[in-house]
Design a protein around this ligand. Structure first.
Ligand code: XCC
Ligand code: SF4
Length: 676
């Protein structure tokens, strides 16, 4: 009897199969360790909990207390008139569109509120209310000031002089803050887009007024009984998404660059193997670099290194997860510990002395995992706490930034001696070059003196580079970890499409070794390989964190400006992708790419399939209005080829499809010569 009961219980506990849930060996190894220690991770939960079929289709409405109203597609598909409706009469289109733009609101709010926090720190640095932060990149300060309509020169006695930088900085901070809630006018950065793009937004009536308002209006419009026309709902979704990409996110990126430095190429490493057994491991996780910048500064102090040594460690090893990691990687070369789905595993190594988290993408289950180890899990942001009582909250305040960071680093050092006997750090890690941006691409591809995008354009026109792929976004436990990311990117570069990457896609590519110049010879088509080898860049350029997708928008704008490839982003041979997306931020990003004229393909799932008319609106009709549209493709190879087909369509429209043929002949000619 008891034996039977036991087996029943054992059977009831379904565990993830490491080999089927990730392509990464370190992750597989750590899932096995977790199983051995009887610690549950997201991979196991994905096996035991199935997603809701109705929510997956985007047709569950819980916007009022008469619901949730659930409108899945009928089992045999739609036959005749679609008569599904909620209690209030809301159609599947209305419900799916409302849900979709509420996701945009969530994502835009997250990016933009992050931007606002940075703007606040920026302003107190500009006003010299804190000595922890100082303006680092004055060149960029002046450039951004111009985009905000701030005078950068003054007339003195008929002479034009440069204006005082401190003065400019204060004005930049104030003007930036104003972008969130000004009473009239429109988003200032909207005019940074190519003129043709701005005209389209004007014509469609979607130029954002201010960042917060567009998000609030989504919440209003999607309240029961307000906007019940999916087209009109999407108009607002579009306006809010633009307010994110060209507003909140772009401000976050620009102000961070001015404050912490604009990234330039830097060497580092990625994967769990960057943690060190004999050092104090501090893992930074989240999105806002305001605190992590300070932790980097403190961890590099001799005083802290000495303190770590006095406690028996060889020093301090910082590493990061998610986008806080990408931020400090881009600016300081701090190694990446792993992607979104590896966060629990970093603690399960037993070597994580402190995990310091700020905002976004942080699993609440980290607290449960930390309970099984000595790890101090420290929340630092007033808007992001956890209910579990083993979580420490050390609120970070820019006015005592150094003190706060020191306290956190000391805590980690003091905790080193409390490690258990079992430390299990997988050995996998890959070298990489990160730190690309609008500016560094310019210098790398254009030469230090010429510094322009015309070399990139020339190589696109002559066909060595077939096009540009922006591949970004999260991991999603509903699909094999990193498989989509890696297969899609490899297929693109194999077909001479250069890839710009951010977020967890960048981390996945780094783990796979795709962020090295050497990978060009191994994985790229002949044209792209030649370009990469000539200028010494990887075929996959790490552009930063998720708010740094704004860098991709600006890079695309630079390509348009450099000439020869049309007059708008929608003319470019370019396509976007989020192979393993999961967050609301990804939906906002996807939509601002679409609204900026980019064909954007998502993997895994998209919550629109239950409303075919609405889906068709996003997937087809958007192209007629904005030149960009959505798509969903689960198969990675087909996904990449849909992007390539779009790139080829654009090449043809530009009349540069023939140039490509010529290059291919050149290459085979060369091979023939080599064989002879
Ligand atoms: Fe989060 Fe930015 Fe997604 Fe990764 S990619 S899971 S949002 S960390 Ni943005
Ligand atoms: Fe149902 Fe309409 Fe209420 Fe949504 S708003 S839950 S569809 S009654």
């Amino acid at each position: 009897m008891t034996v039977e009961k036991d087996t029943k219980q054992a059977k009831a506990k379904k565990l993830a199969d490491p080999k089927t849930c990730t392509i990464d060996l370190a992750t597989q190894e750590m899932i096995n360790v977790a199983h051995k220690l009887d610690i549950e991770t997201v991979f196991d939960r994905a096996v035991t909990m199935k997603p809701c079929n109705i929510g997956t289709q985007g047709t569950c409405c819980k916007n009022c207390g008469m619901g949730p109203c659930r409108l899945p597609l009928p089992k045999g598909g739609l036959d005749g008139e679609d008569e599904r409706k909620g209690l209030c009469g809301a159609t599947p289109n209305t419900i799916a569109a409302r849900n979709f733009i509420r996701m945009i609101a969530g994502g835009a709010a997250a990016h933009s509120d992050h931007g606002r926090s940075v703007a606040e720190v920026f302003l107190s640095a500009a006003r010299k209310e804190t000595d922890a932060y100082k303006i680092k990149d004055t060149r960029k300060l002046v450039e951004v000031a111009k985009h905000l309509g701030i005078d950068t020169v003054v007339e003195v006695n008929g002479e034009t002089l440069d204006r005082d930088l401190d003065e400019i900085a204060v004005e930049v901070g104030e003007k930036a803050m104003n972008e969130w809630g000004k009473a009239d006018g429109e988003l200032l950065f909207a005019k940074r887009a190519p003129e043709e793009r701005y005209k389209i937004w004007k014509k469609m009536g979607v130029v954002p007024r201010n960042i917060d308002r567009e998000i609030v209006e989504i919440m209003h419009r999607t309240h029961i009984g307000v906007d019940q026309d999916y087209k009109n709902l999407m108009k607002q979704g579009t306006r809010a998404a633009i307010a994110d990409g060209w507003g909140g996110s772009m401000l976050a990126t620009e102000l961070q660059d001015i404050l912490f430095g604009t990234p330039y190429p830097v060497a580092s490493e990625a994967n769990l193997g960057v943690m060190k057994e004999d050092m104090v491991n501090i893992v930074i996780h989240g999105h806002e670099p305001v605190l992590s910048e300070m932790i980097v500064a403190v961890a590099q102090m001799k005083e802290m290194d000495d303190y770590a040594k006095s406690k028996g460690a060889k020093g301090i090893q910082l590493s990061g997860i998610c986008c806080s990691a990408n931020e400090v990687l881009q600016r300081h070369g701090v190694p990446l510990c792993g992607t979104f789905l590896q966060q629990e595993l970093a603690i399960i190594t037993g070597a994580c002395d402190a995990m310091v988290v700020d905002i976004q993408c942080i699993f609440q289950n980290l607290a449960n995992v930390a309970k099984c180890f000595h790890t101090k899990l420290i929340t630092t942001h007033p808007i992001a706490k956890m209910e579990q009582n083993n979580v420490l909250h050390i609120e970070f305040d820019e006015h005592h930034a150094l003190e706060d960071a020191k306290r956190i680093v000391k805590l980690a050092i003091d905790n080193y001696k409390n490690r258990g006997a079992e430390v299990m750090i997988p050995k996998q890690k890959s070298p990489m070059i990160a730190g690309f941006g609008v500016e560094s691409i310019k210098y790398h591809l254009g030469g230090t003196f010429r510094g322009s995008y015309s070399t990139l354009n020339d190589n696109i026109i002559n066909g060595r580079i077939r096009g540009i792929g922006g591949v970004v976004g999260c991991n999603n436990a509903r699909t094999k970890h990193n498989q989509g990311h890696v297969e899609i990117v490899k297929e693109l570069i194999k077909n001479d499409v250069i890839v710009l990457t951010t977020g967890c896609n960048a981390i996945a590519c780094a783990m796979e070794g795709l962020l090295t110049p050497e990978s060009a010879a191994v994985f790229c088509g002949p044209g792209l390989a030649e370009v990469c080898e000539t200028v010494g860049i990887p075929p996959v350029l790490h552009m930063g964190s998720c708010v740094d997708n704004s860098r991709i928008l600006l890079a695309a704008t630079e390509v348009v400006k450099a000439g020869g490839l049309g007059t708008d982003i929608s003319d470019l041979p370019a396509a976007g992708s989020a192979p393993e997306w999961m967050s609301e931020k990804a939906i906002s990003i996807g939509h601002y790419f679409v609204a900026s004229g980019v064909y954007t393909v998502f993997g895994v799932t998209l919550p629109v399939t239950g409303a075919p008319v609405f889906q068709k609106y996003l997937f087809e009709e958007f192209e007629k209005m904005y030149g960009g549209m959505w798509d969903l493709e689960i198969d990675p190879i087909k996904h990449a080829h849909k992007m390539i087909a779009h790139i080829d369509k654009k090449r043809k429209a530009l009349g540069i499809d023939r140039a490509r043929d010529r290059i291919l002949v050149d290459m085979s000619d060369r091979r023939d010569i080599g064989a002879a």
